[in-house]
Design a protein around this ligand. Structure first.
Ligand code: R5P
Length: 320
């Protein structure tokens, strides 16, 4: 039983997503470890672990979305746990920020995803768990084990139960195709379509060329993340212009930057389904069309399997 292992492993959380962390330990039937994370008067982060972790297997839950303090808090927590002689430290990063900068597309750009991977490893993490990394190749930026879980099956199961009429699963850009392909496998009689997206700037996209048919179909747009909402709103307008009946959206990470929630509320999208890798439910202005599914059991199960030295791959291996 998991309770027999309580003495061997501990779970801590930073401040980025405390509700998710509580749900994860709730799934496992345990409590969060005690850790103090506060500020010096000048704003610097101060962390102190309030219980012994000597020789323990330790997990730290923290999404690294903006502001960068979330990342900094994670690094400082890992450092504190390392110096307190934890046997191993797994960084559980439900939403891995800075992931979009995973290669140089123009000269003199950074590869921020690699930099963040280096920082996490140098701080002392011995393993990473994440959910739907922006690009699978980010796993290769780490020289420690990384389990890239997926919420696609969770999102798919939600839409499967809706039994939507004549569904077409639409990738808002070419990068989303592996996700939409996996998604469509579980939706009966579904077809697929792909947009060719051109990013004009950090908050401006052009989504006008579509490969595939959407006329008289119910569109489900599937992506890893919604940041400004521009990609999804543009794609929704385009499919409606082409005769789609209605538009649903499924994405793992609801980042919802700037005034995206207001824009999405006003948009023609009928429902937007995201997960709690970001603290979406705690947003004050959350439109009723946004539905949040929880990845707590997915992450909790992965932690349990790691502790018990069982296979984690079943949780993220795609169906054939
Ligand atoms: C980028 O390639 C991602 O997969 C998403 O399409 C992107 O993050 C969405 O950003 P936004 O909501 O700002 O259009």
């Amino acid at each position: 039983m998991i309770s027999e292992k309580f003495e061997d492993f501990k779970i801590f959380t930073g401040n980025s997503n405390i509700f998710l962390a509580k749900s994860i330990v709730g799934y496992l039937g345990m409590n969060l470890g005690e850790i103090l994370s506060t500020r010096f008067p000048d704003g610097e982060i101060y962390v102190r672990c309030l219980e012994s972790v000597r020789g323990k297997e330790v997990f730290v839950i923290q999404s690294t979305y903006s502001p960068s303090d979330n990342l900094m808090e994670l690094l400082i927590m890992i450092d504190a746990l390392k110096r307190a002689s934890a046997r191993s430290i797994c960084a559980v990063i439900p939403f891995f920020g800075y992931a979009r900068q995973d290669r140089k597309t123009k000269s003199r750009e950074p590869i921020s995803a690699k930099l963040v991977a280096n920082l996490i490893t140098v701080a002392g993490a011995t393993r990473v768990i994440s959910v739907d990394l922006h690009a699978g190749q980010i796993q290769g930026f780490f020289d420690i084990p990384l389990d890239n879980l997926t919420a696609v099956l969770l999102l798919r199961s939600y839409f499967k139960d809706k039994e939507l009429k004549n569904p077409v699963i639409v990738a808002p850009d070419v990068g989303a195709v592996p996700r939409t392909t996996e998604f469509s496998k579980g939706i009966r009689n579904s077809t697929q379509a792909i947009f060719v997206k051109k990013r004009l700037g950090p908050d401006e996209v052009e989504t006008s060329r579509l490969i595939g048919e959407v006329k008289d179909k119910t569109v489900i747009l599937v992506d890893d993340a919604i940041h400004t909402g521009g990609t999804m709103i543009n794609a929704a307008e385009e499919v409606l212009k082409r005769g789609a009946i209605e538009v649903y959206v499924g994405a793992t990470h609801g980042v919802f930057a700037l005034d995206s929630l207001e824009k999405l509320e006003k948009s023609a999208i009928k429902e937007i389904v995201v997960t709690d890798t970001m603290p979406v439910s705690q947003r004050t202005n959350l439109p009723s069309k946004v539905k949040v599914l929880s990845v707590a059991s997915l992450i909790g199960e992965a932690i349990k399997r790691i502790v018990f030295h069982e296979s984690v791959s079943e949780l993220f291996e795609k169906s054939s």
